[in-house]
Design a binder for this molecule. Structure first.
Ligand code: AHR
Length: 494
């Protein structure tokens, strides 16, 4: 059949919310501690305790929104333990993740400072599973009340004069699992109750996110929408790409067979079906699409690296992860009418991380580079793009060789992100460009020679973006040659 794309640069399909490029940092393994927070006395260069190398790297990818403190940790977190002088903060056990000591040195003030340094909006997940309504209400009061109140006074005492602006607040996490093992009817009632006390103080307006479904639990979405839609602004969805079986063996991040490449691609692409089906249920209750689908946990989940703490979820990251990021972000872009935020799990040293650290060393992962290349889509106008792709057959199923999305940025640049999911063959692509003439065309590519190529602390630049020039102009567009296992962003200017 061949690969053909028709891009209509004059058919605009709504804004791609920049929050689709959001991130998630949990008190899990070495994400917060070591990965982000080293403390002011650390020999690692830092800004008020936050390591500079990680900060600088994360700033470059324009993180729009950062979710914290969990995850499963959120439903065991008691925020009052994490404010006030650090020496006095409670040392506790992180029961969910590795049973290690949590010294609470990174708390609300440190998180807000991190967001400020990153220029990211904070997205805080409250504790429903083991916390009280009062505790949640007081946290919001502590952070956002502008005036005299017990919590606001305490915040001032702890060094923060002005209230923070807090837009995004999640009412619990995975309430069907680690967040309380609830049934949807029960959680829907609890959601209604807890969210009542998540107040808007002064000018602060909170966007309330209800805990949503796990993968294909459509009943959960149906019940939540039916029972509580009028009280929410967003409803979450969690989906991880796991090539193997969650309990019996997820598969290795680096030592995998060719078949696992294909399984991974199929499973990554499956998120589109999930989005469509959950969105269809949401459409029934919310045809105006007021409520956002918030994919606040997604990414690859492999077995931990040999010899590392199983509770720390530390995994390497290869060109395969880059392809998963590329297709998933394309899918979010293409469904940006309903998907209003997404948060890849997780920012540093955990699951599909942007950055890995080892002592004072830091490396950027292939996934990081995809976020860097795709940042052009943030808040851009989605463009109409139609794809006819060859398909790759695998085990009675098949998936497209080419995957894409496109947008128009504010400065008039058309950006097309293209993935070649094929592990061995180059793809030739006829790209028809309609609705405009573009003479200044440039490209960036991320690719590799082997399926598991990755960056290491010894060789940090094995996989990195390069200039891409393998395209030729033709009458109505371009002929593009995409190497196997590649992510490309083409930028067209008039
Ligand atoms: O991201 C790791 C964990 O995965 C989160 O804590 C939890 O919400 C999910 O099950």
């Amino acid at each position: 059949m061949g690969n053909r794309i028709v891009l209509n640069t004059d058919v605009h399909e709504g804004k791609i919310n920049k929050n689709i490029y959001g991130h998630f940092a949990e008190h899990l393994g070495r994400c917060i501690y070591e990965g982000i927070w080293v403390g002011e006395d650390s020999p690692i260069a830092n800004t008020n305790g936050i390591r500079n190398d990680v900060l600088e790297a994360l700033r470059k990818i324009n993180i729009p929104v950062l979710r914290w403190p969990g995850g499963c940790f959120a439903d065991e977190y008691h925020w009052k333990d994490g404010v006030g002088p650090r020496v006095d903060r409670k040392r506790m056990v992180n029961t969910h993740w590795g049973g290690v000591v949590e010294n609470n040195h990174f708390g609300t003030h440190e998180f807000m400072m991190l967001c400020d340094l990153l220029g990211a909006e904070p997205y805080i997940c409250g504790n429903v599973g083991s916390g009280t309504v009062q505790e949640m209400a007081e946290w919001v009061e502590y952070m956002t009340f502008d005036g005299e109140s017990p919590m606001a006074n305490w915040r001032v005492e702890n060094g923060q004069e002005d209230p923070w602006i807090l837009k995004y607040f999640g009412v619990g996490n995975e309430n069907w699992g680690c967040g309380g093992n609830m049934r949807p009817q029960y959680y829907a009632d609890l959601y209604r109750r807890y969210q009542t006390y998540v107040r808007n103080y002064g000018g602060n307006q909170i966007y309330k996110i209800a805990g949503g479904a796990n993968i294909d639990d459509y009943t959960w979405t149906e019940v939540l929408m039916g029972e509580a839609a009028q009280f929410m602004d967003g409803l979450s969805l969690h989906y991880y790409t796991i090539p193997g079986d969650f309990w019996k063996g997820k598969g290795s991040a680096l030592n995998f067979e060719e078949s696992e490449w294909d399984i991974t691609m199929l499973k990554a692409l499956y998120i589109e079906e999930l989005i469509k089906k959950h969105a269809t249920i949401m459409d029934k209750y919310d045809p105006e699409k007021r409520i956002g689908l918030i994919v606040d946990e997604w990414g690859t989940w492999f077995d931990v690296e040999p010899g590392t703490n199983p509770g720390f979820l530390y995994q390497q990251n290869s060109i395969r992860d880059a392809l998963v990021a590329g297709v998933t972000l394309n899918i979010f872009n293409n469904h940006s009418d309903r998907v209003q935020m997404a948060n890849i799990a997780q920012t540093v040293n955990v699951l599909q991380a942007m950055v890995l650290t080892e002592g004072e060393k830091m490396i950027l992962t292939p996934t990081y580079h995809v976020f860097d290349m795709y940042k052009v889509h943030q808040d851009a106008e989605k463009l109409s793009i139609k794809v006819e792709s060859d398909h790759i057959a695998f085990d009675g199923q098949n998936f497209p060789q080419i995957h894409t999305s496109a947008s128009l940025s504010k400065d008039g640049t058309v950006n097309i992100s293209l993935c070649n999911l094929d592990k061995q063959d180059q793809a030739t692509l006829e790209l028809d460009i309609r609705g405009g003439t573009y003479s200044d065309i440039s490209g960036v590519i991320l690719t590799a020679q082997a399926m598991n190529e990755h960056n290491t602390f010894e060789q940090p630049e094995n996989v990195k973006p390069e200039n891409f020039t393998d395209f030729q102009s033709k009458e109505d567009g371009l002929t593009v040659k995409l190497p196997a296992m590649s992510v490309v962003v083409l930028s067209l200017k008039a």
